[in-house]
Design a protein around this ligand. Sequence first.
Ligand code: FE
Length: 292
Amino acid sequence: MSTTIVSQAVKTSRGVERLVVGQATSDGAGVKLTRVLTQDLQRRLDPFLMLDAFGSDKPDDYIAGFPDHPHRGFETVTYMIAGRMRHRDSAGHEGLLENGGVQWMTAGKGVIHSEIPQQEEGVMEGFQLWLNLPARDKMNTPWYRDFKNKNLPQFVTDAGVAVTVIAGTSHGVTGAVTRDATEPLYLDLHLRAGGRFAQSLAPDHNAFVYVYRGQVEIVGKVVPPQRMAILKNDPDADGVVIEAGSDAKVLLLAGKPLNEAIAQYGPFVMNTQQEIHQALNDFREGRLGEIA
Ligand code: FE
């Protein structure tokens, strides 16, 4: 589990294009959250469609959860830092997501699912990412996996950075999930004060960092807590170098853009308005099934 790996060499790091403050909102049956990656950034951060951060020790902020609702045309990746949430869906999948676990659901042609907290007090903290599917895969059969924290690939670098590889490959370690079309990289990095983490990135992949504890520096630019840093697509850069002046926890995401039209209506993300109307019709007429 705690294999020590020699830090990768990155010659030229991407810089920070801009810092983004998330928008406070609520979703589901009133779960308070921060929408970090909002709809206006979908083009810029293609293939990523959304990132929500939730975290509260007040039960009223999360207790109602996300009752039955549909999705079509993309994938949802939930990373639970703390707390317990049960998932059930119309494709017959069920799972308990807790402390450090990941749930990966490919909605494909459509599911109805529910995500309900299994606790009445304490902290609930985590992230939900939406990852787009290429047009050719949007109507595929739904897919689901969940991973307990101990089953996620993890390693420590010789610079003392603890890395969890949720998706993609870092330092030769392949993550829990890989995807050919979007090549998502999803890392959770725990850096100690003075720590440094280097990750190679394909120049044409869109990439961003979200700092959820402490703060980091990227090419001299401070990324404060609860901020997303969009990384420049610099053809001369071969990766990113993240430095921590104090203890920090950071998500690093990158992916290959699909460069296809994006049509979103709430929980449906397709390529055209006509496909959105079809999704709404299929949902209203019960063709996305129901939770048994
Ligand atoms: Fe959902």
